[in-house]
Write a protein that binds this ligand. Structure first.
Ligand code: NAD
Length: 237
């Protein structure tokens, strides 16, 4: 990576768009226990509930818009000449709607489904159900949301680790530091001497591992941090 920057975002970056964060302290996500809606065991036990939960999350996408933090990241990427990778834990599509291109959804996407029988992956904008048939293998009842649930391996880990191993700057935005392996990225970046910055409403559980923390709403902190970074990086090039 040339002047490499890796940015990790969590639910906090979408909070001011009106997407609720995951409430780690009481283990609830939109009034549901994570064991019920974000594990394979929960899906096996009650697939109707799990389809309904993600259908509701998918429906809310139509009611929310990218905010100034998503836009600041997309604008930075567009104008920055060095290497840049945005890794999001979010399953919403607000980063891409803001214009981000070099983006990894490590925990999957609300707008994707896959077949558990043949692994065929499709786009979805409407509702899914236990009755759905896979367009590739023709089997019924095996479609599930393309969300990485607790206990499953996040996507594109080798590409993420490679970018972390070569970055000069790592920035974590709006993430509580409770969900691994994302919470451990700061340790990988620190280990190779990258500068590590946290932008959050409040200190995360891993805040002591960062060189710097700036605390306030993402719409203000992300915009301020990345517009200043763009100015300094254009001066040094
Ligand atoms: P989290 O919910 O555990 O933590 C949210 C963090 O955002 C907290 O540290 C909080 O202080 C911060 N925050 C809240 N409002 C903020 C604001 N306005 N500006 C800046 N920071 C703010 O989130 P997480 O660490 O991303 O882990 C949650 C898991 O749940 C993820 O794996 C994710 O896939 C899933 N999730 C996704 C969404 C989404 O797609 N938008 C929403 C909820 C949960």
């Amino acid at each position: 990576m040339n002047g490499g920057i890796v940015v990790l975002t969590g639910a906090g970056v979408s909070a001011e768009s009106g997407v609720r964060t995951f409430r780690a302290a009481d283990g609830l996500w939109e009034e549901h226990r994570i064991e019920d809606v974000a594990t394979v065991e929960g899906f096996t036990r009650d697939p109707v509930l799990v389809h309904r939960f993600y259908n509701e999350r998918r429906q809310t996408l139509a009611t929310v818009q990218p905010n100034a933090a998503h836009q600041a990241l997309a604008n930075f990427e567009k104008n920055y000449t060095g290497d840049f990778l945005l890794v999001t834990q979010n399953i919403d599509d607000l980063h891409e709607r803001a214009g981000s291109k070099r983006l990894i959804h490590m925990h999957g996407e609300l707008l994707r489904m896959f077949c558990t029988q043949c692994m065929h992956n499709i786009n979805i904008t409407g509702d899914s159900s236990v009755e759905d048939t896979c367009v590739a293998c023709g089997k019924r009842g095996g479609m599930r949301p393309d969300i990485v649930w607790f206990g499953e391996m996040p996507y594109q880990m080798s590409a993420i680790e490679q970018a972390l191993m070569q970055c000069d700057l790592f920035v974590a935005i709006g993430t509580s530091g409770n969900v691994y392996p994302a919470a451990g990225f700061v340790q990988s970046a620190r280990a190779i001497g990258a500068r590590c910055v946290e932008l959050n409403l409040e200190q995360s559980t891993t805040h002591h591992l960062f060189d710097e923390g700036r605390y306030g709403p993402a719409t203000e902190e992300v915009e301020a941090f990345f517009s200043a970074l763009l100015k300094t990086s254009s001066l040094t090039q």
